[in-house]
Design a protein around this ligand. Sequence first.
Ligand SMILES: CC(C)(COP(=O)(O)OP(=O)(O)OC[C@H]1O[C@@H](n2cnc3c(N)ncnc32)[C@H](O)[C@@H]1OP(=O)(O)O)[C@@H](O)C(=O)NCCC(=O)NCCS
Length: 190
Amino acid sequence: MVLGPEGVGQRLGVRSQGMKYRLATHDDADAIRTIYNREVLGSTVTFDLVPRTLEDQLSWIDEHSGAHPAIVAVDDHDRVRGFGSLSPYRPRPAYRTTVENSVYVASDVQGQGVGKGLLVELLRLAAAHGFHAVIARIVGGHQVSIALHRSCGFELVGVEREVGRKFGRWLDVVLMQKLIDPGAPEPPSA
Ligand SMILES: CC(C)(COP(=O)(O)OP(=O)(O)OC[C@H]1O[C@@H](n2cnc3c(N)ncnc32)[C@H](O)[C@@H]1OP(=O)(O)O)[C@@H](O)C(=O)NCCC(=O)NCCS
């Protein structure tokens, strides 16, 4: 059964009151890149090293439409407070039932349930679009993101050791996974 956004949110305990979740548009590009570039420049949670230009961000939004959407969390004034996306996991065609998620929340509203609201909405969209598995790749030691994904039913798959390097440090990647509907009947052969 695929629950609507309220149903999924209630089941997973979303507590971001007053926030709305909608598909991202070109008008959101600047707000999205402001949130993202802060992490590019100041943290290891993204392995990007160079901040996104407005042009990069617009192309990213174009790439994240249709089956692989980008969404934003907006407050009462339609101000973007966070964003998330589903991306193809790997280019080879047999991976097409799997997606990779990402979630970013503005620093002044972290810890208020916005990240969870975004992830719940991404899981709803992944189910609605017929995807089977969702993968999260999280920098080693990022306990908040690991807890966020665990609270939405993701399980630890394993750790890739020292696969990244940023700010002069080796970085591990923690791989987590959620099967959307493990009880569903097998699809016809690929
Ligand atoms: C990681 C991030 C997306 C989490 O979003 P958030 O809005 O801060 O988190 P939420 O308030 O929705 O909390 C979701 C869950 O995370 C956990 N969590 C949140 N803050 C936490 C903290 N300080 N310590 C431990 N766990 C925490 C809790 O399990 C919580 O679930 P619960 O409400 O059921 O208890 C957000 O902090 C962020 O954008 N960080 C910078 C970018 C980033 O790291 N993105 C993820 C890349 S993998």
